[in-house]
Design a protein around this ligand. Structure first.
Ligand code: NAD
Length: 477
């Protein structure tokens, strides 16, 4: 499996390569080329050459190509899911969901192009002024998309589908951990004969992303990844005043109310942190439980965690695979050492295992001063603490530099809604798992990022709003 860049519809190598490691077997299964600056410049130039034709193509034509990508994904669903498992170690059942989510996203944006989502063709009167205006969401230009490894194909779809729908041309830089699933896009583009240069894929590490950010010829960068790198990108974007979208880290809360069903609450808490081995920006890694339920909740949660099966991620019976790579394993393991140093009480887990596996872990009665309570661990590590009043739970939830997501478990719907309204986060789930719908929005407050993906906002983030003003006397004058 020796991957190639995809530049102006050509599949090209580089002199420098990096091995691809399967985190379950820890064996190399192929290599990824690292793009040279000349190759990145060629990709940027190709995107510029393609821009006029693509941005002036009709919405119907762009919708056809998006549907073609969705069909290409559907035709390769199992191969894609396998490539995700082998690359990042997530269970096959979850990998299949990733591919479905990506398909839904391409189809959603294809459908959106049937509406007037990009403005009006004819001027509309601006009442009482004698003028009218055509409102036009113009494509922002050539865009760089930089993505992480935790939801391969999904994070890319959230950016690529609206960027292409808006009429932008693209240079995609996948994560160095998960380039294989992303590379399959190139084959799909060949199959559907996407015009040359509309999508270019360059592989590499931080330097390749950095080059796209620094380039004055890239009009926008849409980045998903860590807050630390997001901060670097924002600083590096200042000289070119680059249009930026940043989807960053999180430390989200789940609040279990006094009237909650204990079993349901424990299940939602487990799902919110152990899906994808906790390697989710929206993981609900801090759980606040009303004191009246605290002890029985811990018993129910411990039973659910003990029942999780760890193992070969290609098996359908596996609930949790290994962490995605050595770096992730080292990072998560370091938090176990930190917990020991802090003297935290470990309800279950807290151990490193063979390979890149760590045990699903719950610390209980965690104080708000704990490093584990405050930092994004990005692994299967949950902190639980009791609370006495809802005001206390809401204040503790909002006491975070992040503000991506949140969950509330309660029987009383009015109370749940009241809590949701007070949480400082972009997405809140009430009595449900982490449902993400392409029709809605995704993004956070504070250091969880800037802007929103998905929905109409995700489309408009790849546009600049333009008004063309004309004289338009009102019908009575
Ligand atoms: P990361 O920030 O290390 O890397 C993300 C991407 O940026 C990779 O492609 C990487 O090569 C590239 N990169 C690294 N340094 C760069 C630089 N200086 N300039 C330009 N590009 C650079 O993140 P990761 O480890 O791949 O992913 C995990 C992080 O992503 C977590 O913090 C998680 O919360 C976040 N995440 C957020 C969302 C969201 O929607 N908010 C979704 C998924 C992941």
């Amino acid at each position: 499996m020796n991957l190639k860049h995809y530049i102006e519809s050509r599949h090209t190598d580089s002199d420098t390569t990096r091995p691809l490691i399967n985190p379950f077997s820890q064996q190399a299964f192929g290599s990824m080329p690292t793009a040279s600056t000349d190759q990145i410049d060629t990709a940027i130039s190709a995107a510029h050459r393609a821009f006029k034709g693509w941005s002036e193509s009709t919405k119907a034509i762009r919708a056809q190509y998006l549907k073609g990508i969705a069909e290409g994904f559907r035709a390769r669903q199992e191969a894609l899911a396998n490539s995700i498992v082998v690359s990042v170690g997530k269970p096959i059942v979850e990998a299949r969901l990733d591919v479905e989510d990506a398909i839904a996203c391409y189809e959603y944006y294809a459908g959106l192009l049937d509406t007037n989502c990009l403005g009006n063709e004819l001027p509309e009167a601006v009442e009482g002024t004698g003028y009218g205006a055509i409102k036009h969401y113009a494509p922002v230009g050539v865009v760089g998309l930089i993505v992480p490894w935790n939801f391969p194909t999904v994070t890319t779809a959230w950016k690529l589908a609206p960027a292409l729908a808006a009429g932008c041309t693209v240079i995609l830089k996948p994560s160095e951990i998960s380039p294989w699933p992303e590379s399959i896009l190139a084959d799909i583009c060949d199959d559907i004969q996407l015009p040359k240069g509309v999508l270019n894929i360059v592989f590499g590490e931080a330097e390749v992303g950095q080059y796209l950010v620094d380039s004055p010829k890239v009009d926008k960068v849409s980045f998903t990844g860590s807050t630390r790198v997001g901060q670097k990108i924002m600083a590096a974007s200042a000289p070119t005043l680059k249009n930026l979208s940043l989807e960053l880290g999180g430390k989200s809360s789940l609040i279990v109310c006094a009237d909650a069903d204990i079993d349901e609450a424990a299940q939602l808490a487990a799902n919110g942190i152990f899906f994808n081995a906790g390697q989710m920006c929206s993981a609900t890694s801090r759980v606040h439980v009303h004191t009246s339920l605290y002890e029985p909740f811990l018993v129910a949660l411990k039973n659910k965690v003990a029942a999780l099966s760890l193992g070969d991620p290609l098996l359908e019976s596996t609930d949790m695979g290994p962490l995605s790579c050595a770096m992730q394993f080292d990072k998560v393991s370091s938090y176990f050492a930190q917990a020991k140093q802090e003297g935290l009480s470990c309800l279950i887990g807290g151990q490193v295992k063979e390979g890149f596996f760590v045990s699903p872990t719950v610390y209980e009665n965690v104080p708000t001063s704990s490093v584990l309570w405050n930092e994004e661990i990005f692994g299967p590590v949950l902190c639980v603490a009791p609370y006495s009043t809802l005001d206390e739970a809401i204040a503790k939830s909002n006491d975070s530099e992040f503000g991506l997501a949140g969950s509330v478990v309660a029987k009383d719907k009015a109370t749940a809604l009241d809590i949701a309204n007070q949480l400082r986060a972009g997405v809140i789930w009430i009595n449900t798992d982490q449902i993400v719908l392409p029709q809605l929005s995704w993004g956070g407050f504070g250091q969880s990022g800037i802007g929103r993906e998905l929905g109409i906002n995700g489309l408009h983030s790849f546009t600049e709003l333009k008004h063309i003003i004309v004289e338009m006397p009102s019908s009575g004058s």
